[in-house]
Design a protein around this ligand. Sequence first.
Ligand SMILES: Nc1ncnc2c1ncn2[C@@H]1O[C@H](COP(=O)(O)OP(=O)(O)O)[C@@H](O)[C@H]1O
Ligand SMILES: [Mg+2]
Length: 257
Amino acid sequence: MTSLQKSDAPAAGSAVVCRNLTRFFGAVRALHQVSLSINRGEIVCLVGDNGAGKSTLVKILSGTLAPDDGRIEIDGRDYRRYDMREAQRLGIQTVHQHLALCDKLSAAENIVLGREPGRFRFGPIEVFDRARAREIAEQSLKAVSATIPNIDLPVEKLSGGQRQAIAIARAVNAADRMVIFDEPTAALGIKQTAATLDAIRKVADTGLAALVIMHNLDDVYEIADRIIALRLGFVVADVPRSGMSRSELAARMSGHD
Ligand SMILES: Nc1ncnc2c1ncn2[C@@H]1O[C@H](COP(=O)(O)OP(=O)(O)O)[C@@H](O)[C@H]1O
Ligand SMILES: [Mg+2]
């Protein structure tokens, strides 16, 4: 499925619902009965101080960590846990903070990686359709408003912002439910941050849910449709962007409310 076809997907309804997710590490309760839902077409920013449980929640949703208790509901089906492969099958992709791009491969190759279009088969060998791959890459980049001057260059030659755009385009091409962003703007300058926020908006506009871990509250208030705050493993706020002031959000996050 290409990114362009996704705009036909229903933009309403919940992509993922978490019910009472709990996870311990030894005696540390990283998540305590966390219940939340993330809707298609919606940008949910996940905030909280260090140790709040953000990474733990994202790892559970991306299939790299199992909860001790609770359920994840997707399309009316309950999952006690799922692994990374199943998460991808369910249409969930993660843009990791340390971008998992293959430096020696081109932008186009990175974007279709793992989902390479085949042209024809010689017995067990499927011949990679380079023209189709470039087309999908161009479409995916366009879907997130990114321009890469030369999509045939190895990505090691590109800037941090361009690499970020490729990682997002890759996730959009592969996802058909939700894209999770792990601090996508943490390492970027002002201009690249603006481009990344714009790309995240475009991801949601295709009808995908976007779950974004973000530290900078300026960025949060610029982009979030909804803000969910965690503190010591508890959900301490779950509000539309206009539903809580920055100072109150900061107070909730730090426990000084
Ligand atoms: N693999 C782990 N082993 C032990 N403790 C962990 C592990 N991962 C997270 N924790 C603990 O769980 C709590 C939540 O961590 P985390 O989800 O990383 O929070 P955040 O991403 O919001 O900073 C913290 O107290 C952290 O030390
Ligand atoms: Mg973390």
